[in-house]
Structures are given as C-alpha cells and as structure tokens.
Design a protein around this ligand. Structure first.
Ligand SMILES: [Zn+2]
Length: 179
C-alpha cells in the first residue's frame, strides 16, 4: 500500500477523554486496523516520536507502534503491537528518567521505569510474539502500554518545571524523546 493512500491522523492533545479511557482489546485484526497501524507509523514519524498509541489518534483500541530503529539503533521495522502486555519485569531494576509525550506538548515528566521487561503482543499477522526489551525500547513500550490503560506520563510521573536543567547525566540523553 502506498503511504500516500493512508488517511492523515490528527494527534489528540490532553486533556481528552480518549486519553484517560482504557482501550478495547482487539479480537480480530481487520483491514481497517491494519490501515490504522500503518497510518500511526507514518504519523509517529511525522511528529518525530519514538512511539504512538491508538488513543493518541482518537482510537480507543489496544494498538501501539514503537520505532524500534530509533530506540535501539538497530535497523528493524517498527513494532506494531496489538493487545500488548508486560508479562515479566524486574522491580529491582528501575531507572529514573525524563519523558515527554506527543499528547502533552512541551511537558517533561520524571518517571521510574523497568530497565528490562518482556512484552507479549499480537502481531499484524495475528500471531503472538514475546519480546524481551531493555533501555529506551523498554521505556517506550511501557509508555505506550500506559496509554492503552488510559494513563499518560502526567498520571504516573512528576512534572518538571521549565527551567529544570538536566546537564549532569548523559544517560538521560533520550529525555527529549516523545511517544
Ligand atoms: Zn505518550
């Protein structure tokens, strides 16, 4: 399918009910949902995000996309995840970081995320996949799954004031990433 044939999606900005409503589970991956997934990948790239969840484009379904390449540096297609769930995570290894969100323009939030976790989801072809993720990829997956539960980083994090400088820790260099 040519990307130009995909409909343009408008980003939902908070506050909006769709962002605070838990999304419906997907039972069948219809052609419409496949189209939505491809449109979301395009929209994520257009908005310079590393991930995007369906409620962020006004669709209350359990579908999220993550830019694998931008999260890991590895040349891989974006993850397209239906009904994603974290099936394993190590509570002892949490990492503090600063996150942004495409639905909360200009906002930065301090969060604590699992540094490693395992996510299980349905792929576009209907088969399940279980994937161990770490670092920014793990953070992005957790961020998107929160969206599908009706939560944003504003609900789980601490807002940073505009003049908060974060110059001492290079490991938070992904802090400006939005998803
Ligand atoms: Zn977000």
């Amino acid at each position: 399918m040519a990307e130009s044939a995909l409909p343009d999606l408008e980003l939902v900005i908070a506050p909006d009910k769709v962002l605070s409503t838990p999304c419906k589970e997907v039972s069948e991956i219809t052609p419409e949902l496949k189209r939505l997934a491809h449109s979301m990948v395009r929209s994520m790239r257009e908005h310079d995000g590393i991930g995007l969840a369906a409620p962020q484009v006004g669709e209350s379904v359990q579908l999220a996309v993550v830019d694998f390449h931008r999260c890991t540096g590895i040349l891989e297609s974006p993850l397209i995840m239906f009904n994603p769930v974290i099936v394993r995570a190590d509570d002892r290894k949490k990492m503090p970081l600063t996150e942004g969100c495409l639905s909360l323009p200009g906002g930065s939030y301090l969060t604590q995320r699992h540094a490693y976790c395992t996510v299980r989801y349905k792929q576009m072809d209907g088969y399940h996949r279980t994937l161990a993720v770490k670092g920014i990829l793990a953070v992005c997956v957790q961020h998107e799954i929160d969206h599908l539960k009706g939560k944003t980083v504003a609900d789980i994090g601490t807002p940073l004031t505009e003049n908060t400088e974060n110059t001492e820790n290079d490991e938070t260099s992904a802090e400006s990433e939005k998803a």
